[in-house]
Write a protein that binds this ligand. Structure first.
Ligand SMILES: Cc1cc2nc3c(=O)[nH]c(=O)nc-3n(C[C@H](O)[C@H](O)[C@H](O)COP(=O)(O)OP(=O)(O)OC[C@H]3O[C@@H](n4cnc5c(N)ncnc54)[C@H](O)[C@@H]3O)c2cc1C
Length: 384
């Protein structure tokens, strides 16, 4: 039997951020992180393409990026290392009048919250990437502060500092049951050991609903495959250009390193599951969408392709709360395609929730589990 103050289940960027923020607040805490795989960071975090954006349609998602942003823009100061953040901007484009109306609403909300996003006419987009076809577009939105960074670097940054403050990380340690006394959660079990703690945090990413079920807590988050293709070097493309999202198809493209580009985003409607086999049919969709929007990309050669799993909730917002029906059981999962960029904020807010009894850095009502019982509100519209 091992005793601790807090058990964190899951060694991805969310679990790492939570452990870091808890120990940054109070290094005397005994925090144990349990990871089922042989190493941390091999789940969704290892597949994230590193995008960081403010351009969401709901206040909760925008505020989560605002809270997280310093961890990208000033990582050296906060974590003592770089996460290779490049603020190349995100450009959303559409040919659909209805989508453009939504984009206008998004920008109005973003600007009200202090974000530097703006509507852009097709003629303004061409200088951002000369190969972009703009003739058929109605318009789009651009935010220069959006960008991308290194997910692995951020996770290692969190874990290195947390380890210095006493975090114990145990790998090959899958949580197979959650221990309760009455309603209260008081620990977990793995095949090797029993752990006792008055706080257990479910940061199991795409396995969050399964870990929830161990505590009899229903979590409406499901795993969905997401595929990505990286091309051979494309010297005719600029070194830096915005991450471009064609909202008509969901297709997106951005630089990968100095010479290749990364594409994906047309495979949104898969069935739930953990299969990460690359489905070659996705290539047709990606290349069709690429050929329409950036024709030279239709000729690009694929250097590598891979698939990961995102944990999606019905309204594309994460879940961050203590389970009402299981006191002591805290949930931080369901972060869809934005768990990497929101991980700093989630760690900070979870530490407040656990140590202060409530989150103070922002209102997290939109992230509660209870919202689903009342009928999900405020679905994120800027999804691809
Ligand atoms: C292809 C792709 C591209 C993406 N691009 C972006 C992007 O550009 N920007 C962005 O912000 N997000 C992106 N995401 C989403 C992002 O990757 C996730 O939201 C984020 O990594 C979630 O982190 P996590 O720690 O919750 O999950 P994970 O990294 O999956 O970590 C959860 C950990 O829990 C462990 N675990 C599960 N069950 C148990 C158990 N019973 N016991 C012990 N351990 C357990 C797992 O092994 C895993 O290591 C992308 C995702 C994919 C798949």
């Amino acid at each position: 039997m091992t005793t601790a103050d807090i058990i964190v289940i899951g060694g991805g960027v969310i679990g790492g951020s939570i452990a870091y923020h808890l120990l940054a607040r109070d290094p005397r805490l005994k925090v144990v992180l349990l990871e089922k795989e042989t190493e941390v960071g091999t789940g969704a975090t290892s597949k994230a393409t590193g995008g960081v954006r403010h351009q969401f349609s709901t206040e909760a998602n925008i505020r989560l990026t605002q809270l997280s942003y310093p961890y990208f823009a000033e990582t050296e100061r906060i974590l003592g290392r770089s996460v290779d953040f490049v603020p190349h901007g995100y450009l959303f484009v559409t040919t659909e009048p209805r989508t453009f109306e939504q984009l206008k609403k998004n920008v109005a909300l973003q600007q009200r919250l202090g974000i530097k996003s703006r509507l852009v006419a097709p003629s303004e987009m061409k200088p951002m990437l000369s190969q972009l076809v703009v003739d058929d577009l109605i318009g789009g939105t651009f935010c220069p502060d959006d960008g991308s960074a290194d997910p692995h670097g951020l996770l290692q940054g969190f874990l290195a500092l947390a380890r210095e403050r006493g975090l114990r990380i145990l790998t090959s340690e899958p949580v197979v049951s959650v221990t309760r006394e009455g309603k209260r959660v008081v620990g977990v079990e793995t095949p090797r050991d029993r752990y006792r703690a008055h706080v257990v945090v479910n940061a199991a990413g795409p396995y969050g609903d399964q870990v929830g079920a161990l505590a009899d807590v229903a979590i409406p988050s499901k795993p969905y495959r997401r595929q990505v293709m990286v091309t051979d070097p494309l010297p005719d493309f600029p070194d830096v250009f915005p991450l471009i999202v064609d909202l008509d198809t969901g297709w997106y493209v951005h630089r990968q390193g100095k010479s290749a580009v990364l594409m994906g985003g047309t495979d949104k409607d898969q069935h739930p599951g953990y299969d990460t086999t690359v489905g070659w049919e996705a290539f047709d969709l990606v290349f069709k969408a690429a050929g329409k929007r950036v024709p030279p990309l239709a000729e690009a050669k694929v250097m590598r392709a891979y698939a990961g799993v995102r944990d999606l909730t019905p309204d594309y917002h994460g879940i961050l709360c203590e389970a009402r029906e299981a006191p002591g059981f805290y949930i931080a999962c369901g972060f869809s395609g934005h768990g990497f960029m929101h991980s700093p904020a989630i760690g900070l807010l979870m530490a407040e929730l656990i140590l202060d009894g409530r989150a103070t850095s922002m209102d997290i009502a939109a992230l509660s589990l209870e919202r689903f019982k009342a009928g999900a509100v405020g679905t994120e519209a800027n999804m691809f």
